[in-house]
Design a protein. Structure first.
Length: 270
């Protein structure tokens, strides 16, 4: 029997969470932005952070790298990404850092979640709440579990492109990342999205991740935060390059630009 040639490690296994992080996430950048937003608004250093809908809790792991006083809590209902983080990201932390990361499989609506200086919901994960009452309940729970002077930080996205079916592709070293919007319902504002990947020399992997979300607007999210009890809300809008693309720098602003697609952050102050 011919033994043939064993497949290379790169071709033998597809690690969807690794490709997701390489294509979508920059947790080291995220935590510095969160820290700096807190310092700008509160005039002091934060200490504790809770990452809701934490998935692989990469933000938690980066947060504790900022210093000895930084501790992080991750909350998610899905056991699979939590296990991935425990086996892939936690081993990369030193002993002190690991002690300052705690992750629990739980509902973000649980009123007994850890109390922290910062609560964040990233990657538009809170868009899973389609009902206004449920979203307000989530914001109220965040408010009640923040320490005095705490902040809630969520990201959001929109633009005319998000109101139609479309697909974007971005080439990375060794693979391509596809962001597909399959549908948009103008009556409900519900939309369906998929992430596909294609490694060089391989067929495209379809619907590696899928999302069924409501496309909340910035005014709606701010109004719900205010109704939930946050005393102030702020929008951090991304600047643009000369070519008209996002420059990755977010500053507080009460005005935006008309864009086909934009990403912003909303911060609520307790």
């Amino acid at each position: 029997m011919s033994r043939g040639r064993a497949p290379t490690a790169a071709k033998a296994e597809f690690d969807k969470y690794d490709y997701y992080r390489r294509a979508v996430q920059a947790p080291d950048v995220d935590v510095r932005f969160i820290r700096d937003a807190y310092k700008e608004l509160r005039r002091r250093e934060p200490g504790s952070l809770r990452e809701d809908f934490c998935g692989t809790f990469s933000i938690c792991c980066e947060w504790v790298k900022l210093g000895q006083r930084y501790e992080a809590y991750g909350v998610d209902l899905d056991a699979e990404p939590i296990f991935y983080g425990l086996t892939h990201y936690m081993p990369g932390l030193d002993g002190s850092q690991r002690e300052r990361v705690r992750v629990q499989r739980d509902n973000v609506l649980n009123p007994d979640l850890p109390r922290t200086d910062v609560v964040c919901a990233m990657n538009f994960s809170h868009y899973i709440f389609k009902d206004r009452g449920v979203m307000k309940s989530y914001f109220h729970n965040c408010l009640s579990t923040l320490k005095p002077g705490g902040i809630l930080l969520v990201d959001c996205f929109g633009g005319s492109q998000c109101q139609e079916a479309n697909e974007d592709v971005i080439a990375h070293k060794g693979f391509k990342y596809y962001w597909e919007q399959e549908s948009f319902d103008p009556v409900s504002a519900n939309a369906t999205f998929h992430i596909h990947f294609k490694r060089d020399g391989e067929k495209r992997r379809e619907k590696v991740f899928s999302y069924d979300w409501r496309m909340w607007t910035i005014p709606e999210l701010r109004e719900m935060m205010a109704e939930a009890g946050f005393r102030k809300t702020h929008v951090y809008w991304e600047g643009t390059t000369r070519a008209g693309t996002g420059n990755g720098v977010f500053n507080r602003s009460e005005t935006g630009e008309e864009c086909q697609a934009w990403v912003a952050y909303i911060v609520g102050e307790k």
